[in-house]
Design a protein around this ligand. Sequence first.
Ligand code: PGA
Length: 252
Amino acid sequence: MRKYIIAGNWKMNNDLGASKLLITNLLNGLVDKKSTEKRIIVSPSFVNLYPVNEWVKDSVIEVAAQNMHFEQSGAFTGEVSASMLKSIGIKTVIIGHSERRTFFNETDELLAKKVETAIQNELEVIFCFGEQLADRKSENHFNVVEAQLSKALFQLKNSAWNQIVLAYEPVWAIGTGETASPEQAQEMHLFIRNLIAKNYSQELANTISILYGGSMKASNAKELLSNLDVDGGLIGGAALNSEEFLTIYNSI
Ligand code: PGA
C-alpha cells in the first residue's frame, strides 16, 4: 500500500556508540508511538543492524540494510546474504544506491539480480536510481531513468511490486546541498508513476511509494513532500541528526 516513508540512509557513518545515541534521541523525540499511515526507517551499517533493530523493536522505527549480495550463500568473502538479513529480523533492503553504482561498479544487470533475490526472500526493496548532472543538462534524464527502471525492475511480476519502494535520487543532488526543485521532483515522480502504469497498470502505479532523495533536509522537506507524487524521502546527511530527521518526518 502506498504510504509516506521517511528513510534515513546512514551510509558508512555511526559506530556502535553513535548508533545508540542517535536511536535514543530518535525514540525520545518521536511523537508517534504507533504506526500510522507513514513509516520511519533507519539504515545503519551491517555491523549495527542487529543492535539497532533490537533497540527499536517496541517502536514505530523500522530498520533497513544498505545492501546485500545476489547469491543466497557461498564463497563471497565480505558479503552479506538476504537470508542473513532475514535471520536477524531485517525486512527491508536498499538496492542500487548511486554510491554502490559509482564506487562498487554495480550495473543495472547486477541490480536486477539483487532485486530478484530480495523478492524471493520476501524482503522489501527500496530501489534507488537517478540521472547524473550531464544527463540532466543534455535533457536525457527521462531516458536514463526509464532505462534504469526497465533493466532492473520491469521484468518483475505484478505481485512482486508490493515489495518495491522507489527512490528517485538525482546524482547531482546527493550530498551536494543542491536539491531538485519541487517542480523537478514532481515532474520526474509523475513520469515514473506513468511508466509503471504503462508497463503494468494505473491501479498498480497508484500503490507504489516513490521517495525523493538528494539533499532533503528539514528546511526543504515540506515543500518537496507536498507534491502529489512525492511519497517520502531517502535522506543521507540530514538523517544523522535526530532533530533534522524528525523534523522531516513530522513535516508530513
Ligand atoms: P543526502 O543523501 O541526503 O546526503 O544528499 C541522500 C542519499 O544518498 O540517499
